[in-house]
Design a binder for this molecule. Structure first.
Ligand SMILES: C[S@@+](CC[C@H](N)C(=O)[O-])C[C@H]1O[C@@H](n2cnc3c(N)ncnc32)[C@H](O)[C@@H]1O
Length: 290
């Protein structure tokens, strides 16, 4: 049974947490976006009950943004669709290149406010599109036949911070929809979202503050690790191959030296290294038989 969109809407405010974290980095437009949505006030409200206000989770958010960018460059595609864009600035950054077609997608309310924010910051761009999409919807709401995409050119699908909140059944729907997209265009799906219980327990052991904060977010979104997180990498591999994908995992340690949030947030570099040691970005491509 498909979850009503309103349940997913409880996940949307988490985008403010990521926007808050990114303002302590050198990621373009992050400060502007965080200020426009007053992300600080939102995070302060969430942290009210917490004695330890350190924000080590920012390491994960900066790390995944930069690791995904490295992989996008590696696959050299000119057509990109970002699922669950939230308040990510990547569309604004990448569409500065007129040779790139970038599509931002998210739930209707979120994508509509994002479009307004982007307009305020950089105006309209003919190569930057916004579409309202429930990534789990069956049938798919992804752009399978639109005049701004070339079906002869591979596409790169990106998602960060979406699958972690979805049940196995909902993940299956997203995989089906992405599979359909890649069957039309070819290309790759890049996501860090298949963190396992094993990875998370090591990361949370390193950072009790991160552990506490993740619990707060779980309560806020009405989701739980139990229903949404795979036990280990073998389970991830089995699930993804059943969905018709092969995967390659890239360590986020590759971007350790690019982290800029440590100093402003007073994060210990050893803790950051330990967090990234257990964090990966995955590249999914279709198995030849699919
Ligand atoms: C944790 S935020 C991540 C936002 C952004 N990707 C980032 O990293 O900053 C989760 C995002 O998923 C979106 N979302 C939740 N359920 C969704 C669904 N079923 N389809 C598409 N987007 C969804 C929310 O609106 C929100 O923007």
């Amino acid at each position: 049974m498909q979850m009503p969109t309103s349940s997913f809407d409880k996940i949307s405010p988490t985008a403010l947490i990521m926007a808050y974290a990114r303002q302590f980095t050198d990621i373009p437009y992050s400060q502007e976006l965080a200020q426009l949505v007053n992300a600080q006030a939102f995070v302060e409200r969430l942290q009210k009950q917490q004695s330890d206000k350190s924000f080590e989770i920012a390491v994960l958010f900066e790390g995944r943004y930069k690791a995904i960018n490295q992989m996008i460059a590696q696959f050299r595609t000119t057509q990109i669709i970002e699922l669950a864009s939230g308040l990510l600035p990547r569309g604004m950054v990448m569409s500065q290149d007129p040779g790139i077609v970038f599509i931002e997608s998210d739930l209707p309310a979120m994508i509509s406010s994002k479009q307004q924010l982007v307009k305020q910051l950089v105006g309209d761009r003919s190569n930057l599109h916004f579409i309202a999409t429930d990534a789990t919807s069956q049938p798919s709401q992804f752009p399978l036949d639109v005049d701004y995409l070339d079906s002869l050119t591979p596409i790169t699908v990106i998602s960060e911070g979406l699958l972690l909140y979805l049940t196995l059944n909902q993940k299956q729907h997203v995989f089906t929809n992405v599979r359909e997209l890649l069957q039309v265009y070819g290309g790759v799906w890049i996501t860090p979202d298949l963190m396992t219980k094993e990875d998370l327990s090591r990361i949370r052991g390193t950072s009790p503050a991160l552990q506490k904060f993740s619990q707060t977010v779980r309560v806020m979104t009405g989701t739980s690790d139990k229903d949404t997180i795979f036990d280990n990498l073998d389970q991830v591999r089995q699930f993804t191959s059943e969905q018709g994908f092969q995967l390659q995992a890239y360590s986020m340690l590759n971007v350790l030296d690019q982290l800029t949030c440590l100093e402003p947030l007073g994060i210990n570099p050893a803790v950051a290294e330990s967090i990234l040691t257990d964090s990966f970005v995955f590249a999914f491509t279709l198995m030849p038989s699919f």
